[in-house]
Design a protein around this ligand. Sequence first.
Ligand code: ZN
Length: 411
Amino acid sequence: MSFNFEIKSAQEDSLARVGTITTPHGQIQTPAFIPVGTKATVKSVLPEAMADLGAQALLANAYHLYLQPGADILDEAGGLSEFMNWPGPTFTDSGGFQVLSLGVGFKKVLAMDAKTFRADDVIAGNKERLAHVDDEGVTFKSHLDGSMHRFTPEISMQVQHQIGADIMFAFDECTTLHNTRPYQELAMERTLAWAARCLDEHKLLTEQRSTKPYQALFGVIQGAQYEDLRKKAAGDLGSLESSDQSFDGFGIGGALDKEKLGTIISWVNQVLPQEKPKHLLGIGAPEDLFVGVENGIDTFDCVLASRIARTSAVYTMEGRFNLSNSRFKRDFTAIDDECDCYTCTHYTRAYMHHVFRGKEMIAATLATIHNERFIVRLVDQMRQALLDGNFADMKADFLGRYAHRSGQASD
Ligand SMILES: [Zn+2]
């Protein structure tokens, strides 16, 4: 078994720590941001460029790969890493979020701002529900061709073992902030029962596939915005043993009210076993990454950096703005003059403006490289600040500039 997490330095005044995750495909220095390649590709960017910009690992999605090309194809290829020509560590999320999103018609990532949140962003209204949950699993309709499928904890484990990522997540029932408290309780009980079934199936598959590299399994903590439910989930899953196995680490998922993000993470991380790695699922806005790190998160993933890049939106120390805005037509400076990425060291805002306006394919590539570098580097800088003992200063400095200028430089 070659999965290990070592804490190298822990803060005295917060839950933050610096560590190293070791997987069969290499190490991840934490805290770290893990870019998302949903369908075994970070859209428009070569794996070599992802490595050059400092990505230490990539996260793909089990639901998408199960539907296309099929998990058996990845198994035959020798696993996700081999298939996509990414030699480093990989993660897969369980597909639970995507499958259940079909049921409620999610359009957004899970960091929810309850105030600006419209009911129609979450609830599919009169539209046909594409997923149905029962105690055994979830039946859903493919978003690609309308064919019917079923995920259970066992099937999710089989799919994720075939895909072959170094770190997998247990199949959980993902709820929204709009579900009632009684429903959250029900979903949490179901997630706990499914967690034990995931551990059982994981043990079986690990034995059956003993020639393959060890794959680590993380449990997922649900419980929405309720302190007692979050702490109960952390206690139950943190101490869960089934088939002589416990989880190798934990993902914090589910409905997360942006304003309470730090509070919710600290409830959970005070209860979970300290020595195991913690991943925050689907969160990647700069201000949220600070909150995560200081509350003990080791790894993050989020599609936001690449998704917004394709619409010409970029992160900079001057805040977030859109390169297609006409004020950049004759701006021959870099996107961000403090950024060391390939795009910023070779291209100007004027060129980026031109390729976005012309709908050139290189626009997505160059903007994605910049945004992913910006976020990866920001978390790298947090890790260094923790080692240097000046995290609080670094945070105040970054947020002071970023938030201040974001207010001025709107899209
Ligand atoms: Zn850049």
